[in-house]
Every structure is written in C-alpha cells, then in structure tokens.
Design a protein around this ligand. Structure first.
Ligand SMILES: Nc1nc2c(ncn2[C@@H]2O[C@H](COP(=O)(O)OP(=O)(O)O)[C@@H](O)[C@H]2O)c(=O)[nH]1
Ligand SMILES: O=P(O)(O)OC[C@H]1O[C@H](O[C@H]2O[C@H](CO)[C@@H](O)[C@H](O)[C@H]2O)[C@H](O)[C@@H](O)[C@@H]1O
Length: 496
C-alpha cells in the first residue's frame, strides 16, 4: 500500500493512541515500508477514522527516529518519536509493567518505579502537545487507552476549545487496587480532563466513579441514559460504558469469500482432515490464560477425551512485548507445556497441539477462524477480546462453537458462548467435552445468537454511540458557559 508524505495540517478529528495504525518495516533504502498493523485498537478504529478524514497521532514503533507526517492508504498519520530509553521506561515500564498488570487483577505483581513514572509524564506531555498542534479550532480529539491516561487534562490546559474524549480499552480496577499506585490522584485527574470518559463495561465505569468520589468529586450516578456525571472544577466529565466491537460485515464478507473458504478447507486438509478443529489465537500475554488452557488440554489428551488425528488443536500466539521479563518467562512456560503435551500424547505427523508463535496475515487468520469447530477464548482478564467477536462474525452459517471466559468483557454480550472460569481447568476440560457432545442444533442456535449480536452491535455502532454521547457532553459544556465554538463533531458512518 502506498505511503506519501503529507503536510502537518490541522484537522477537525484527531485520534491519539500509543500506536499508529501502521507499522514500518526496514527497507534497503533506509525508509521504512508501512503496512497496517494488527491489534485490537487499530481493528476497531481504522474504519471510523478513514471515513471521518481525521488524523491519527501515535508512536511509529521504532526508536530514536523522527518521521514526518504521512498518509498511508488514505489515512493521515502523525508519528510521535520515542527514544530507546523511553521505550524501556514509558512503554515497557510504566505502561506495560505497572498499569497493565495493576488494571488486570495484578495477575503478575506491578512494578513501581519513580523513574518510569517521570518518563510516562514526559511522553504523555509530548502526545498532548502533538494533539494540540494537530487539532483545528473546536476540533474533537479522541484519546485512547492506558498508555495516555494523563493526556486529557494536559490537552485541556493547552487547548480549552477542543472537545476531548477518552476511551479505556482495558478494565478499570476497583479502588483498593487502583489506589496502590503512588500516582493514582494524578491519573484520575488526567482522565477527568476529558468531556467523556468511556469504558468497556458498566462495572469499569462504576469503579472509576467510586475512585473519583474518593478523590473529592461529586458524582451524579447514571440515570435513564446510563451516563454518570462527575463534577470536577466547575465542569462536568461524563462517564459510561461503550463495549468495543468489530467490523462484522467486513469480516463476514471476508470469511465467505472463495479464497478464504478455499484456504479454510486446505487448513483442515493440512491438519490431516480431523473431525474437529479446536483453535485459540492470542497475543502472548499472561492475561490470556494460555498455560491454564494448555493444562485443560493436557488433561483432555491424557484421559483420551481428545485424540490426536481426530481432534486437531491449534494455538496461535502473536509475539508481544518481548523484552519484558514476564512475557519472556511466559513464552518459555508455554513452549515447555506444548512440548510436554506433544511429547506425551502426539504421534508421528499428528501432534496434539499445533503451535504457531507468529503473526499471520488477516486472510489467513480469517481462514483459521472459518476452519474452526470450537474456539477457546479463555483470558484470566480481558477488557473485551475482539478475537471472540471476530470468530462469531466469521460464522454466518451458525456452525462452530465458542468457549469464552467469564472474565472477558465480551462475555457480557456473547450470550451464545459457553462461559467458563479459566482458572478452573477441570471445568474447562469438561466444558470442551460437553460442547463437543452437544446436539448440533443447540450449538447452531447459540452461534446464530452470537453472529446476530456482533452484526447488530458492530464497530460503526460503537463509534456512533461513543461520538453521539460525546456530542451531547459538548452541548452540556455550552450550557455551562464554556465556549465550544468551532468544528462540527465527526459522525461515524451509518451502518456497516
Ligand atoms: N492479522 C492478524 N491479526 C491478529 C493476529 N493475532 C491477533 N490478531 C488481531 O489482534 C486483535 C486482538 O485483539 P483482542 O483479542 O481484543 O486482544 P488484544 O491483543 O489484547 O488487543 C484482533 O483483532 C485479532 O484479530 C495475527 O496473528 N494476525
Ligand atoms: O500495543 P501493544 O502493546 O502491542 O498491545 C496491543 C493492544 O493490546 C490491548 O488491547 C485492548 O484493546 C482491545 C480493543 O478494545 C480489547 O479487546 C482488549 O481486551 C484490550 O486488551 C491494548 O489495550 C492496546 O492499547 C494495545 O495496542
């Protein structure tokens, strides 16, 4: 896809996220070649941004290099640079070894490091300044996720004229966990700089409001519109739940294309034409419950309830945050366990677990999802989990089944899934057994329910709903006497 330099021109709609929607790959000329990146946030936002003709501010994924704004495949991007030291302290450190584990139930202990915090403040300042430069008068700026929790308040100071949305893609923890952070007040104040603070689930929004109340804000609990209001320094920050979704129609089209269907058939053939294909696809992250899932599979193969050749289990893990020690340790643990399962129960040419440690292309991933009879999505904690929704989108014919962790945000919507506690490996194993023996008609009814749900509440509906409430929040600011003159709010495309 073509990337062309573009002038840093001001825009009415600005997305600010840690990562750009593209990643650069080195070329012989020294100039990177850009391609669209994988990852939940990008999947969710790209169609919205493209249609609103906005600009995306983010880190280009490389260090110590300044890259001028450019346009890729019709999307305008403004890279923010990070030094190698900042990569270690802001991204791998405070974002992914402090906030990420703390906000995910402290599955691993968060590290507290004042130097990391200082770097986080510095980098958030850089992002806020870039957003302030890119936003036209009265623009809408939509800030994303836990790497940029301070940006809303910083941006409000720099540009009081703009409307600021903030959306947290990961869970917001209960106050007794959150307040362990020595910098919790700065973070709450940072988030409260937004006009609308959005979360995946109502309980995340409730946790946030309780913490804001402890900080001293008056709270109006959600009324009929399910939006809570927090009074902060003469203004009101709105809060609510907006479960993120997928481009379901696009995925259904891809999944039903001749190319993907053909590839799905070939995948089954390459797996040796098993009766049942069982699949998991995860970023290699301790939140995803991969060792616990492998323990359940171990028991199933050991007890002969799964049989290599008849049942083919595929585990795709996408490399992630590979320099962080807990991630390296997790990879080691997973590979030992896969080796153990295959050594104990596999046969020549018939491994029990087909393990791929790599990122596969979008079409290839869709083909895997289509080829799968039983999808296992069993995180210990997950803000949403888009893979679960993508699986449902890829099965318009209502074949297939989904076992889903009750601790994934997606469990609140995917009522057709078989819910499990991922820590209970015995129950997880018996659920696999039960699902494989469930009458086809029942599995089909469940899948149909999920497919309809993801088609109805798709990524366009998500963005429309968030931006609609942000619009109302901005109108509320006018009522309170704060000037918001300027550009009209962008609207997400109607329908998929
Ligand atoms: N193309 C491609 N996309 C992937 C791969 N692995 C994961 N993804 C995508 O990355 C996203 C993962 O999002 P999600 O399940 O919410 O978990 P997250 O990794 O915590 O953001 C989904 O949109 C997946 O389709 C891969 O190997 N290839
Ligand atoms: O940027 P990385 O460090 O490589 O991590 C990838 C992304 O992971 C997280 O995803 C979250 O957002 C998804 C979409 O809303 C959601 O389904 C999932 O449950 C979350 O974990 C992270 O929040 C993103 O910022 C990262 O880019």
């Amino acid at each position: 896809m073509q990337s062309v330099p573009c002038r840093p021109q001001r825009s009415d709609f600005v997305v600010v996220a840690n990562r750009l929607p593209v990643v650069g790959e080195p070329t012989e000329s020294g100039e990177p070649s850009w391609r669209r990146s994988p990852g939940g946030l990008v999947t969710a936002l790209e169609p919205v941004l493209r249609r609103a003709q906005g600009v995306w501010i983010g880190w280009a994924g490389e260090c110590d290099r300044r890259t001028a704004p450019f346009s890729h495949d019709g999307m305008r991007v403004h890279p923010v640079s990070l030094s190698a030291r900042e990569l270690a302290s802001y991204y791998e450190g405070f974002s992914n070894a402090t906030v990420w584990p703390l906000f995910h139930d402290t599955i691993v202990p968060p590290t507290l490091d004042r130097g990391w915090w200082q770097s986080y403040v510095q980098v958030n300042t850089r992002f806020a300044e870039a957003a302030a430069l890119a936003a036209a008068p009265g623009a809408t700026v939509w800030v994303h996720d836990y790497q940029l929790l301070l940006v809303p308040a910083m941006l409000r100071t720099l540009r009081p004229d703009v409307t600021i949305g903030f959306f947290l893609h990961i869970p917001f923890p209960p106050e007794e966990l959150f307040m362990q952070l020595p910098w919790w007040t700065e973070i709450i104040d940072g988030m409260l700089g937004a006009d609308l603070v959005g979360f995946q689930l109502p309980r995340d929004a409730e946790n946030f409001r309780r913490t804001a109340a402890i900080r001293g804000s008056a709270i109006d609990p959600p009324g009929a519109d399910a939006i809570g209001r927090i009074h902060v320094g003469g203004r009101v920050a709105w809060t609510g739940a907006f479960p993120v979704a997928v481009d379901a129609a696009g995925l259904t089209t891809l999944a039903t294309s001749a190319a993907v269907r053909g590839r799905a058939r070939r995948i089954r053939a390459e797996l040796g034409q098993p009766d049942t294909v069982i699949l998991s696809v995860d970023r290699l992250d301790y939140t995803k419950g991969i060792p616990e899932r492998l323990a359940a599979l171990d028991a199933l193969y050991k007890q002969g309830r799964l049989i290599p050749g008849r049942h083919a289990t595929v585990q795709i893990v996408t490399p992630s945050r590979e320099r962080i020690p807990q991630y390296r340790e997790l990879r080691r643990r997973i590979e030992i366990e896969v080796g153990h399962i295959n050594g104990a129960y596999g046969a020549l040419g018939r491994p029990a677990v087909h393990y791929l440690h790599r990122s596969v292309g979008r079409e290839e991933l869709a083909a895997f999802l289509v080829a799968t009879d039983l999808m296992l999505v069993t995180p210990l904690r997950d803000g949403m989990n888009l893979v679960a929704k993508e699986y449902a989108a890829c099965h318009p014919d209502a074949d297939g089944a989904l076992i889903l962790s009750e601790f994934a945000g997606a469990a609140a919507e995917l009522h057709g899934a078989y819910l499990v506690n991922p820590y209970d490996t015995d129950r997880l194993a018996s659920t696999v057994d039960a699902v494989l023996n469930d009458p086809v008609a029942q599995r089909s009814r469940r899948m149909d329910t999920m497919h309809r749900q993801v088609r109805r509440h798709d990524v366009h509906a998500w963005a429309r709903s968030y931006l609609g409430v942000l619009h109302r929040a901005r109108a509320g600011r006018t009522v309170l006497g704060v000037s918001t003159r300027g550009a009209a709010l962008p609207h997400a495309p109607a329908g998929a």
